[in-house]
Ligand binder design. Structure first.
Ligand SMILES: [Mn+2]
Length: 251
């Protein structure tokens, strides 16, 4: 995710159950990246956001200038160059690289973003076809685009997923979305289908509940409250345990 990490336009958007959550309003992401950076840096209430370090934000003009000649194809080339160079070290040390998808999964502020859908994820894995070149598959990032079927992406590339980020988003008209609790029916990501896809594939890697809402008055880093993510991981365990139980009941 060049320059910015993931991007949201509202860090504490009220949901109808009284919680707040990260929200993305597509029309607010226009040309003025400084305005958005200012908003985020002034609304963190003393917290930090990954990829939004004040030192990095202070150099935005310089970074945009550096990216100006970088087309999408050039970015693919750079990524390939980097991965091919580190693969021998990965083999030597037994460390898997695991790339996160772009969030949101489309270009913002004219900067190219690469890993946005099933096709681009496939291109990435094929480009450096090495068992140490893997995915940190983020269900929430991909499902911000309603055209992405995350469960299908999991089934297709499961053997190259080294780390699973599981979370839920809800879509609104015009490309807006908010994050929600992990409960399947609270959003549109298809949490049950995704957990079942991992289970069917015999996934044995790491999982985290990724982001959550802000509940019970918790003062926390936006998206990373303890309470809702703790509920999230127990929800995921509940889905998983039931799938295990059902499997054990089939003769
Ligand atoms: Mn993620």
């Amino acid at each position: 995710m060049p320059i910015f990490d993931w991007t949201r336009t509202d860090l504490f958007h009220p949901l109808e159950d009284g919680s707040t959550a990260l929200f993305y309003e597509k029309n607010r992401i226009q040309d003025n990246y400084k305005e958005m950076a200012d908003y985020i840096l002034h609304n963190l209430h003393g917290m930090t956001l990954p990829g939004w370090e004040p030192e990095r934000m202070a150099r935005l003009d310089e970074l945009f200038e550096a990216y100006r000649p970088v087309t999408k194809e050039k970015l693919w080339e750079n990524l390939k160059y980097f991965l091919e160079a580190v693969m021998p070290v990965c083999h030597e040390t037994g460390i898997k690289m695991a790339i996160h998808q772009d969030d949101p999964p489309w270009d913002i502020f004219g900067i190219p973003r690469l890993l946005c859908d099933k096709e681009s994820v496939g291109r990435f894995l094929k480009m450096v076809d090495d068992e140490y070149n893997c995915l940190c598959l983020c269900s929430g990032s991909l499902s911000a685009n309603p055209d992405n079927n995350v469960a299908d992406i999991v089934r297709t590339y499961c053997d190259r997923i080294a780390f699973a980020h599981i979370r839920n988003v809800r879509h609104y008209p015009g490309g807006d979305f908010s994050e929600t609790s992990h409960r399947d029916s609270d959003g549109d990501t298809g949490i049950l289908d995704i957990v079942k896809a991992y289970h069917d594939c015999g996934y044995a890697g790491y999982v985290r509940p990724d982001h959550g809402c802000h509940i019970w008055g918790e003062k926390c880093r936006p998206g990373y409250g303890l309470y809702d993510r703790a509920l999230g991981i127990m929800y995921l365990w509940g889905c998983w345990d039931m799938l295990e139980k059902m499997e054990s009941l089939i003769p």
